[in-house]
Design a protein around this ligand. Sequence first.
Ligand SMILES: O=C[C@H](O)[C@H](O)COP(=O)(O)O
Ligand SMILES: C=C(OP(=O)(O)O)C(=O)O
Length: 445
Amino acid sequence: MSIPSLEDLRAVGAAQQPTYPDLDARDRAVEKLRKMPPLVFAGECDALRDKMAAVTRGEAFLLQGGDCAETFEGVTAENVRNKLRVLLSMAVVLTYAASVPVVKVGRLAGQYAKPRSSDTETRDGVTLPAYRGDAVNGFDFTPEARHPDPQRLLDVYHASSATLNLARAFTTGGYADLKQMHAWNTDFVRNSPVRERYERIGDEIDRALAFMEAIGADPDELHTVDFYSSHEALVLEYEHALTRIDSRTDQPYDVSGHFVWIGERTRQLDGAHVELLSRIANPIGVKLGPTTTADDALALYEKLNPERIPGKITFITRFGADKIRDLLPTLVEKVTAAGAEVAWVTDPMHGNTFATDNGYKTREFDAVIDEVRGFFEVHRALGTWPGGMHVELTGDDVTECLGGGMKLSAQDLEHRYETLCDPRLNRAQSLELAFLVAEMLAGRS
Ligand SMILES: O=C[C@H](O)[C@H](O)COP(=O)(O)O
Ligand SMILES: C=C(OP(=O)(O)O)C(=O)O
C-alpha cells in the first residue's frame, strides 16, 4: 500500500479543514512534523487490531472514552491521571460484573481537532471563525485567537507526546495495579450514589487478590493494563505528516495514535479522509449517523478494508435514543448478511445533544442510557455482538450533562461547565454508566 501525496489528497477534497491564511507557514509546520519520531509504534497498533478482532468475534468489549476536545492547557499530570482513573474504574466494573475482557482505548493524546456545524460563530453581532479545537485555533472569542495557526499542529504533537508518556507511566508503573482500585476513587465515592456498589466490587476483588496471592498466582495483568490512544483523524496536514511506512511490514501506519476514526461529517466515500485512512494498517473507526444506509456502510467497509483484515473496522453508531431501535436493525442485518465483519460500537452521546433554555449545550443521562439500551436490544434480537461504547467523559466532577444519580438540573450546569465543545459525562455519571452497561452485558437487564 502506498501513501497518497498531500497535494493529491487536497485535490480529492476534504471537508472540515482549517483555512490557513499563510500557506508557507503551513508547509513549514508539516515539514517539521514529518521529521518527528512516531508517537505510537506500528506493532502496538497491530496488537490493538488483534484485540479489536476479538471484539468483532464477540469475545471482548471496547471501552473508548475521553474528552470531546482535549486542550493544551489540560496536559497536566492531574488531568491525565483523572481521565485514566475513570476509564480504569469503568473497565474494572465492566470486566468484573460482566466477566468480559475489556479493551481500553482513550479519546486522548491527539483529540485536538473538532468538526463543526458552522464555519463561523456570531456573538453580539460579531462574527469570527468557529473554534475548531486547539489543533487549529484558540477558544477565546477574539480575531487573534480564532485565526488558524499551523504552529498549533506541532503543539498537538508535543501535547500528545507528553500525554502518552504519562499514560504509559500510569498504566504500567504501578498506578493501574488492581490493588489500587479503592485508592483511585477514595475522594469521590464517599459522597456519590455509586459509592457502595464500587466499594463492594473493590472488596470482592481484594478478596480474590488475597486468594491468588495465597496460592502463588501473580500474573502481570493484575498490575498493569494495556491502554491505547485514539482520536478523530481530521486535520489532513497532521495525519498525513504522521503516516509512515513501517520498516517491519512495509505498510503505512498513522503513528499519531493507535486507533483513528473518521467522523460523521467527513466519511464521504470519495473524500480525502476515507482515501487516506484506506491506506493505513491501524484499526479504524467510522462514525455512522442516522442517515447512513447499509449501502453506504458496505461501500465504506469495502474501501477501507478490501483485504478483510480482522479487527480493522469498527462502526460507531450515533443515531440518538429516539432512532436507534428503528434504524440500527436494518443496518446491522444487511452489513452482517454481506459478510462484512466489523466491531459494532455505540456512541450514545452525539445523537442526544440539545441546548437548554439557559444556553448550555447538554445531554440527558437518561437518553444516553436509553441509546445504549437500544443498542443492546437490537444486537441481542439479531444475535450480533454489542461490541462496545464510545463515550465523551472526563475524570473531573464537572456539570455538563443533565441527570444521573446526582440529578443534575439545567440550573446546575453553570457550576462547572468546562468543555470547549460538547458536554461530557462527569466521573460519577461515567461510573453509573459502567454499572448499567455491566448489567446489560451480563444479560441482567
Ligand atoms: O463533537 C462533535 C462535533 O464537533 C460537535 O458536535 C459539533 O458541534 P457544533 O454543532 O456546536 O458545531
Ligand atoms: C465529532 C464527533 O462525533 P461525530 O463525528 O459522530 O459527530 C466526535 O466524536 O468528536
